[in-house]
Structures are given as structure tokens and as C-alpha cells.
Design a protein around this ligand. Structure first.
Ligand code: DGJ
Length: 722
């Protein structure tokens, strides 16, 4: 059994394949305290007895106690998980154990994305805590996945009192760890065009971490943090990782106390959060995924990848090859019509591209980015002959067709805004901030969500559209809803996220054959929440092959390769002006979903002639890339010279190594790269070297890569078991 309760010791023990997590009910007052998280241990007793300094008489603060779900106001002065305010204005909470239940399987979270599993794949414990003076009931859910080192958590908070309770902070989970090791903290920081760069720092005294107040999970800080022991690398070291399955404001706090204890807390950002709970109302927090690794960051990564591929991604495309697409955005921007699109499609079909995606500009009066968002009807001045004609012509070429939407937005210069100015977020009496000349629709309102679903559905039903790119191009500001009363304005940020989830749920349920790719000015909403609705996300608007090495390294630290939108674009690159070989661009894009974003009629003959070979490589390698185990071998962002990663099939019979030589340095020997994840006794044929080499040699001596003369070169090495 993965979860047990030791009745005598009052200890809960959760076991994954190689980790254990323990909590206990402190004897007199009944606080739920954290006992252990780490490498799997035997036994089910509290390793050092129950912590607590004479808690029974409450003669001292509980400031040093490892509380499982700490609340503020009663003597725990560290970062805590929950804050409330009663009608009287009281804010203290001291929840104590009431009951628990252990069940097979995993309950869904109402209205929220979450991991899922067959009944046999996991076990869940729900521990109920109660704060008697306020009537606040807190149920902590923990699910253990049998075959992964994963524990997921969520919290249900219920007002069982007769009065109104205001919930002003509701975190998804907390972890108290002693800092004897001197831990380091890893987060994923970024900006537009430079998403999810790995940031590592020594944990210092006080509170640190990341937080976002932009309304989406953001380019700036991903909802991820990992505490690692000093010296942790891909293969060694202890890792405690948290990833929040959420797409809105979030915080990841890591506090080092005067007592050398670390507390990690993650959840919805309390910034402008205030949720009104009337009698018997419940609030459910987003799910927090915890991964423990006793063998470095690589094992953590592969655990996240396995979890998300098997227990988060859904729909027709979750584990099949995605069509190779060509997107017209960088090829034409707004300057296109049916003839131009069909010319692109005709040339694309000839070289093995399988889907035409028409990006921004096909609707309303959208000739530039100043107008028309919200007017989801086809602009027949551009799409001459209508959408159905265009799609039918594309289908006749043997290609699928996809379409761009930005459903959550409205431009002041649009029919929608003229008809419903109150549907956009705005604060009466203030001029709202425009960003890219657009405002955010108030999707906390049902009539707004219905308009979006109806107008999108009309377009999607009018032609054979098999892919949607769902974009979102500005942060939330001037957040006020004309549809909510004053005492619920503090609910808007979270209701907005719930609205996004409901919209995507309704569209993907109505059109289950459609492949949904999320996007937010590139990778500004790349999180596990969005992956629940669409199995791939546009990783970054910056498709420069060299910058992508860093962006894709950070993204793949947590999220599966099969989710990373990656395209070959034209050079000089539109984001950074760099020119890289076409071949390199193809190889780096093969690490993700693969496609093109250029006008294929305008690139050179030589480049066009390389596409059939690239599309063939995609078909040859994508099953391996999508389903295999990912190993990071070298990091250009660290060594500033070269990059390397590999994917090994689950049966270890096949592997693909990517090596990118970013800079050639005279007098600097080519690296011999130690491979990983192979079977040490299996002999592999290495295609590029045309040699048979044993797995243990490749992993210990390494792969001597061929010399690449000149900058920005990339090569694939394909290994097959002999
Ligand atoms: C931002 C996206 O990231 C781009 O790929 C493109 O779709 C534009 N929006 C269109 O406005």
C-alpha cells in the first residue's frame, strides 16, 4: 500500500518508488506536523519522535515546528499557507486534525486542470483539519503515483460557520526541511523572447523566491521551484521540486529561518486575492506537483516528463505525432490573402509539410495589430472566397488546416467593443492601460464566455479546421469587473483563470479532433495548467536556433519535449537578427513539435531543397523524441561553447544525440561527450561515425563528436542497438 497510517504512532507514511513522505498528528493539540520527505526509508514510525516544544500547554511559540499546512496568527511566524478574515475582523487560524480517508485513485479538481490516473495507478489520502473557533475546515489531499516519484497535493477549504469568511491566502502546499545541507534554489526566469532560463542561487536567510502579478503564469517566472543540495548536477544530488498546475498569478516562496529551517510554499499569489466563502462554500486550490530525486536534476526532469505525458496531456494528439505545420506569421505578418496562402500551401505540400496554419489577421477589420480583436468573423477581403474555400483547397493538397485566435481580448476599435464596452476589464473613472492596442475581456462573466465560445464555434464549424493556435498577448491590468459586486472584486484574477479553463474545456469538448496549441506572446503562459487542455505550447517568439538552446533547455527541465512548439524560421532571425545555417535550425526544432514559420515561396532554392530531408527526419525520429527519456549532456548556457542532449527509447534500443557547436575556438579540442541512459552491455551502431560502440564506452569514455568548422553548427547522432 502506498499510503499507510500508523494508528499507534499517529503517523502517515506515503511511499513512491524511491521516496517517502511522512506526517504525524502531534499528540495533545492535534497539529498535523511534517516529519520527513526524502529518499525512501523503512518503517512507519516518526523518525525522531513527534516534533513540538511542549505544545500541549502552548507554553512556547510553534515557530520551529514543521507544520504541514501552517496558518498565521497563532505563533508560527514564518511564511504560511492560509489567511482568513471573519466578519468580526479576526484573522487567526490554528487547524487541528479531525479525520482522514485513504482511497484508491484520484478525485478530479472541480473547474481546475489536474493530473489524473487509473484507479490502480495511484492512492489518495484526504486529511481533514478543523479550526473550531472559526468553523474553517481544511482538507489536504495527497496522491501518490505508484510508478513515479511524485506526490500531488491540493487543498479544499470550507466555511462550516454561519457567518461569512473571507479567504485572503490559500496556498497549495508547504514543505519544511532542515537546511543542514545548505541548499540552493532553482527557478525558471525569463522575459519575452527569453523564456524559462535556469536561475540558481544559494538559499539566503529570509524569504526569497518568485512571484507573478500579471494575471498569467508569465514569461517572467514559471510556477516552478526546486531546492537542491550543493553540487547537484544532472546525475547527482538531492532535489525537492514543486510545479504548480496553474496559469495565473502564483508565488513560490522559500524561507530560511533563524533556526536554519527551510520552508517552501507554493500556490496562488495572494496579491489582490480575496475569496468570499458563505456558509458551506468551498474553495479548491490548484494542484501542486512534488517530485523528489535522489539522483540529480536529470531524474527529476524525466519524472516530470513521464507524469505529464501519461497523467496530464489529453486528447487525440497526446501521444501521437503532430502534423508538421507551416505558420504564416513570420512569413507574411498581416499582409496575406487567399492567393498568397495557397501559394505557400502548394510549395509546402511539395516538401512534406502537412498543415497550413493561418495566424493573426484573417478576421474582422484586422489589417494590423491596432484593431478588430473580438470580431471573430472571416475577413473576405483577405480570405477571398471565404474560409471554406481556402480550407478545401488546402485539404485538396493533402494538408490539414489550422487557425489563430486570441479569444480573451478585445480591441477598442472593434464591433465587439462598440457593442459591449463593459465587457472589457476597466476601472470606472480611469483610462485603462492598452497594450498592443487591446484590452482584456472580462471572462469572469458568463455572457462573455458564451460569446467567445459561440463566435469561435461558428468559425470552426464552417470549415475543416483541425488546429487552433490560442494566443494571449497582454498581461491583465485595470482589473475590475462590472459584472461582480464590490465584495467579490478580489476574486477576479482567479475567476479569470477559471474562465480560461472553462473556455478551453468547452472548445476542446465540442471539437475533440482539433489540436490545440497554446501561446502567449510566445511562451508567456507555458505551464502545466494549459497543457491539460492542449498538448503543445508555442515555446517562444524567439525561434533563433542558438537562443532556443537555452530556452528549450529551461523549458525541458520540467515540461516534456512533445509539448514544445519549435519551428524553423527565416534568417536573419526576426527576433535577434542572427543568421544560422538552415540545417541547424531544423535540428534544433526537431527537439520539439517541429514545423516552419516562413514564406516557403520566398526562401532560397537551396533551403527549400533541404526541407524534404528535414521532414523525413521528423518522421524518422519523432516517436523517439516524443516518448523517450531525455538526458541533458552539456549546456551552452553554462559553457558558452556547445550544447548537447539526447533522447533514449524506453527499451534502450535506440537513441538520438543532438550536438550543437555554437562557437568554434581555434586550438580548443572538440568535446568527447559522455552519453547517458544507454544500456551498458548493449552495442550501438553510431550512424554518423559508422562505428559499433558498447553502451558502457559511450557513457564512460564518451562520444567523440566530429569537428564542426564554423559557428552555429548542429549534428544528430543516431544510435541503434546492434
Ligand atoms: C504572438 C505570438 O507569439 C506570435 O506567434 C503571433 O501569433 C502573434 N502573436 C500574432 O499576433
Amino acid at each position: 500500500m502506498a499510503i499507510i497510517f500508523n494508528e499507534k504512532e499517529k503517523v502517515f507514511k506515503l511511499d513512491t518508488i524511491s521516496s517517502s513522505y511522512m506526517m504525524g498528528i502531534e499528540g495533545q493539540l492535534g497539529h498535523l506536523v511534517h516529519l520527513y520527505y526524502g529518499k525512501k526509508i523503512k518503517g512507519d514510525a516518526a523518525p525522531a519522535g513527534m516534533p513540538g516544544i511542549n505544545m500541549a500547554q502552548k507554553i512556547w511559540f510553534m515557530d520551529g515546528n514543521p507544520m504541514e499546512y501552517p496558518a498565521g496568527g497563532c505563533g508560527d511566524f514564518r511564511e504560511h499557507c492560509i489567511e482568513i478574515e471573519t466578519e468580526e475582523g479576526y484573522t487567526a487560524l490554528e487547524p487541528v486534525y479531525a479525520s482522514h480517508e485513504i482511497t484508491k485513485g484520484k478525485p478530479a479538481l472541480p473547474g481546475l486542470p489536474a493530473t489524473f490516473a487509473e484507479e490502480d495507478d495511484c492512492t489518495t489520502i484526504a486529511i481533514k483539519l478543523i479550526d473550531a473557533p472559526t468553523g474553517v475546515q481544511i482538507t489536504l489531499f495527497y496522491t501518490v503515483f505508484e510508478n513515479l516519484d511524485v506526490i500531488t497535493r491540493s487543498v479544499r477549504i470550507k466555511n462550516t460557520s454561519d457567518g461569512v469568511i473571507r479567504l485572503t491566502k490559500a496556498m497549495s502546499g508547504c514543505l519544511d526541511i532542515g537546511n543542514e545541507e545548505g541548499y540552493e534554489l532553482i527557478t525558471l526566469h525569463g522575459s519575452w523572447g527569453r523564456e524559462r532560463c535556469i536561475e540558481r542561487r544559494k538559499v539566503a536567510r529570509g524569504r526569497q523566491g518568485v512571484s507573478v502579478e500579471r494575471g498569467t503564469s508569465s514569461h517572467q517566472e514559471n510556477p516552478f521551484m526546486a531546492l537542491v543540495s550543493p553540487g547537484t548536477n544532472q546525475n547527482m544530488g538531492e532535489v525537492f521540486a514543486m510545479n504548480l498546475i496553474y496559469s495565473g498569478n502564483h508565488v513560490e516562496v522559500c524561507e530560511l529561518t533563524n533556526g536554519n529551517l527551510i520552508r517552501m510554499v507554493s500556490g496562488i499569489n495572494p496579491y489582490k486575492f480575496s475569496w468570499k466563502l458563505e456558509k458551506d462554500d468551498e474553495f479548491v486550490t490548484p494542484e501542486l506537483v512534488m517530485v523528489h530525486s535522489d539522483a540529480g536534476l536529470g531524474k527529476m526532469t524525466r519524472t516530470f516528463h513521464d507524469l505529464y505525458r501519461k497523467h496530464l496531456l489529453r486528447g487525440k494528439y497526446r501521444n501521437i505525432k503532430r502534423p508538421i505545420l507551416i505558420n504564416n506569421w513570420e512569413g507574411t505578418y498581416f499582409d496575406f490573402d487567399t492567393d498568397k496562402l495557397l501559394a505557400i500551401a502548394r510549395d509546402a505540400a511539395k516538401v512534406g509539410i502537412e498543415m497550413l496554419v493561418v495566424d493573426d489577421g484573417w478576421f474582422g477589420n484586422r489589417f494590423d495589430d491596432n484593431r478588430a480583436l473580438g470580431d471573430w468573423f472571416v475577413n473576405e477581403d483577405k480570405v477571398k472566397g471565404g474560409l471554406k474555400y481556402l480550407v478545401d483547397e488546402v485539404n485538396k493538397l493533402g494538408m490539414k488546416f489550422g487557425l489563430w485566435f486570441e479569444p480573451e481580448m478585445v480591441c477598442p476599435d472593434s464591433d465587439l467593443y462598440r457593442a459591449h464596452p463593459d465587457w472589457a476589464f476597466q476601472i470606472p473613472g480611469r483610462t485603462p492601460a492598452l497594450s498592443r492596442n487591446q484590452m482584456v475581456l472580462d471572462i469572469t462573466r458568463k455572457e462573455v464566455r458564451d460569446y467567445i465560445v459561440d463566435s469561435m464555434s461558428k468559425v470552426l464549424s464552417s470549415a475543416n479546421v483541425e488546429y487552433i493556435k490560442w494566443d494571449m498577448n497582454r498581461a491583465l491590468s485595470d482589473v475590475a469587473s462590472l459584472g461582480l459586486p464590490a465584495d467579490r472584486q478580489g476574486e477576479i484574477y482567479h475567476r479569470y483563470v477559471l474562465g480560461v479553463y472553462e473556455l478551453q474545456d468547452r472548445i476542446t469538448t465540442a471539437f475533440p479532433y482539433i489540436l490545440l496549441e497554446n501561446c502567449s506572446s510566445g511562451g508567456g503562459r507555458y505551464d502545466a495548467g494549459m497543457l491539460y487542455y492542449g498538448p503543445q505550447i508555442w515555446t517562444s517568439d524567439n525561434a533563433d536556433a542558438i537562443d532556443r538552446l537555452t530556452i528549450q533547455e529551461g523549458t525541458a527541465l520540467v515540461y516534456p519535449l512533445s509539448t514544445m512548439g519549435a519551428h524553423v524560421t527565416d534568417c536573419p532571425n526576426h527576433s535577434v537578427g542572427r543568421t544560422t545555417p538552415f540545417e541547424t535550425r531544423g535540428i534544433i526544432a526537431l527537439a520539439g513539435t517541429f514545423g516552419y514559420e516562413l514564406d516557403v515561396t520566398k526562401i532560397s532554392e537551396a533551403e527549400r531543397n533541404m526541407i524534404p530531408e528535414q521532414t523525413a527526419m521528423y518522421h524518422k525520429y519523432n516517436d523517439l523524441v516524443r516518448e523517450g527519456d531525455y538526458y541533458r549532456l552539456a549546456s551552452y548556457s553554462e559553457n558558452k561553447v556547445y550544447d548537447s542532449y539526447m533522447v533514449v527509447s524506453k527499451d534502450k534500443r535506440e537513441a538520438l544525440v543532438t550536438y550543437a557547436s555554437v562557437r568554434t575556438i581555434a586550438g580548443y579540442p572538440d568535446p568527447t561527450i559522455k552519453l547517458a541512459g544507454l544500456d551498458e552491455d548493449t552495442v550501438y551502431h553510431v550512424d554518423y561515425l559508422d562505428r559499433d560502440v558498447c553502451g558502457d564506452v559511450l557513457m564512460n569514455y564518451g562520444l567523440p563528436v566530429r569537428h564542426e568548422h564554423g559557428d552555429y553548427k548542429a549534428r544528430l547522432y543516431h544510435l541503434t542497438a546492434v
